[in-house]
Design a protein around this ligand. Structure first.
Ligand code: SER
Length: 313
């Protein structure tokens, strides 16, 4: 029987929904407590309505369930954050402080907090971007993730907090919808390909970005969290790499399964965000320290995405 009791904050978001499913299998559904600001129609239980900015409610839930681990997934993503920078900063930073402080006080043992490729900026080398490099993010989201990384490392060094993190690339899955990111096109494109065999993309044809199929991302997350502490040598956040492609390449991959699929391009404000991010990621440290290895390539992902979304349409 598992001795861990896990709280997922932001369990109804793109990552939370899929992560909850895997954690429930590994730890038993009664040991995975889902929480979000809103309850869904077919809500997975146990569930608590929680705004992570409400520190007292967070503390009450941690005590009520004897929580040992927290996965903090509540955040505003890159595109939404540009529209609401003050709230993005408040949510992304105060949420993290509330959870790190619980760990500092010994109320929880382990914290997972996601960072992002958005920590890099226009002055970062864009190809095969290394773990350690110039980091001058120029989006509110990226600045909050960069600051968050520094705080995670600080809490680890200063207070011994066991916090672990991954710099996610764009995440692509069929079980949940993305919300407010610059990489969201790579999910929408599959839905539109099935619905109307065409897609109008908000990024230009040659905009390459690092991406990952969701099951790889969930596996990376759980593998990192289950690694012995001494293997987790980086306490800011780990680069992990999956697949890198541009809109033209994902369209070509879709055409292998839907030959008459067409794509057009109307870049909007998200183009500038994408242009400030890496095109591909070097994840040597994650591979060496805790054995990370991605499984899905572009065509393998396209096939599973279209098969599964096809059943839903
Ligand atoms: N997928 C995220 C975004 O586009 C990147 O972390 O905002």
């Amino acid at each position: 029987m598992s001795t861990e009791r896990i709280l997922i904050i932001g369990s109804n978001g793109q990552i939370g929904l899929e992560l909850a499913e895997s954690l429930r299998i590994n730890y038993g559904s009664e040991n995975v407590i889902c929480s979000d600001v809103r309850q869904m129609e077919h809500q997975i239980m146990p569930f608590e309505t929680l705004d992570v900015l409400d520190q007292n409610s967070l503390l009450a839930i941690v005590k009520k369930y004897n929580i040992t681990q927290v996965y903090l997934l509540a955040a505003l993503l890159s595109a939404t954050a540009e529209k609401n920078p003050k709230f993005a900063w408040q949510l992304n930073m105060d949420g993290l402080f509330h959870v790190l402080d619980l760990a500092k006080e010994g109320l929880i043992k382990k914290v997972y907090w996601p960072s992002s490729i958005a920590v890099f900026g226009p002055s970062t080398p864009r190809l095969n971007t290394p773990q350690y490099t110039v980091m001058e993010p120029n989006t509110i989201y990226g600045i909050s993730k960069q600051a968050g990384e520094r705080y995670c490392e600080y809490y680890h060094q200063k207070y011994g907090v066991d916090v672990r993190s991954i710099r996610y690339p764009g995440l692509i899955g069929w079980k949940s919808a993305p919300g407010g990111g610059t990489t969201d096109y790579a999910v929408h494109i599959y839905h539109e390909a099935l619905k109307q065999q065409s897609y109008n993309c908000f990024l230009s044809a040659e905009t390459s970005l690092p991406m990952m199929y969701m099951p790889d991302a969930i596996r990376a997350t759980i593998e990192l969290m289950e690694s012995p502490a001494e293997k987790v040598k980086i306490r800011s956040s780990y680069n992990v790499s999956g697949i890198s492609f541009n809109p033209e390449e994902i369209a070509a991959s879709i055409r292998k399964f839907i030959p008459n699929f067409t794509i057009s391009y109307t870049p909007d404000f998200r183009q500038a965000i994408a242009d400030s991010w890496p095109q591909s990621i070097n994840d040597q440290e994650a591979r060496e320290h805790w054995g990370w290895k991605p499984e899905f390539d572009l065509d393998a992902m396209t096939k599973v995405m279209l098969d599964n979304l096809g059943k839903q349409v």
